[in-house]
Design a protein around this ligand. Structure first.
Ligand code: FPP
Length: 235
């Protein structure tokens, strides 16, 4: 059953995989494996919530600086996810899009991403946006460079640049701004995630580690959002 909500878009910072594993005496990569399983779980729950967009922070620009082993493990999890979940994604009418610096990714992952995006482009129940090799300052810089190029080519003048036009130069050009941001694991930071897009987003922080973050907590947050009054700086 779909519930009624004004929330169109939930963005999540999936934090705490490492600590979740450590507490169990397991390697960090085991936590990431459980985290990837939870991506499937939460995507299913989203369909029931009636919310149409979900953006997940899977790998930040800064995450490239983690140990070689951890980076390799995360990239492998992503390959496995794209291979194994493709069927379910299509069966569930989910559209997948990726935001981030694609050039940094291995050639085969770039290829897989392109295929999944193209094949799922017509799906309409849920848009799952995966932030991969993503950094918000880098995204904003990239948009600023595009705007400067347009100006130098005399296609726009500096005064033409509006909030709407700038938004259309970001990776997220086809996606509405998030209504809800959730960060798991007790940290209360934005960590270079969707800085422009989060301007009026309602923020929710939970102590739950990402592998333990389930459907009940997700639906509970949507319920809380429904009762918050948003004024967008107006009275
Ligand atoms: C943060 O936990 C999590 C990440 C850096 C990676 C998130 C990736 C996944 C959940 C799996 C792959 C994703 C997909 C879409 C298949 P952390 O390692 O920073 O945890 P810690 O703060 O406890 O160390």
């Amino acid at each position: 059953m779909m519930s009624d909500t004004l929330c169109k878009h939930i963005a999540i910072i999936m934090d705490g995989n490492g600590r979740w594993a450590k507490k169990r005496g397991m390697p960090r990569t085991f936590g990431h494996k459980k985290g990837a399983e939870n991506v499937v779980n939460i995507t299913r729950a989203m369909k029931e919530s009636g919310v149409k967009y979900l953006t997940l922070y899977a790998f930040s620009t800064e995450n490239w600086q983690r140990s070689q082993d951890e980076v390799t493990a995360l990239m492998q999890l992503l390959r496995d996810y794209l291979d194994k979940e493709f069927k379910e994604i299509m069966e569930n009418n989910v559209r997948i899009v990726f935001i981030g610096e694609r050039d940094m990714l291995a050639e085969d992952i770039q290829q897989k991403i392109k295929t999944v995006e193209a094949e799922s482009a017509g799906n309409t129940d849920l848009t799952l946006c995966i932030a991969l090799s993503y950094g918000s300052r880098q995204e904003i810089l990239c948009a600023a460079k595009k705007a400067m190029t347009l100006a130098l080519e005399k296609k726009i003048s500096p005064n033409d640049l509006s909030v709407e036009m700038f938004s259309s130069l970001l990776y997220t050009k086809d996606i509405p701004n998030p209504d809800i941001l959730i960060r798991t694991s007790g940290e209360q930071r934005i960590s270079n995630y969707l800085l422009w897009q989060l301007a009026y987003t309602e923020l929710f922080f939970t102590n739950t580690m990402w592998p333990d973050f389930g459907k009940d907590e997700l639906l509970d947050i949507i319920e809380k959002f429904n009762t918050r009054e948003r004024r967008y700086g107006k009275n």
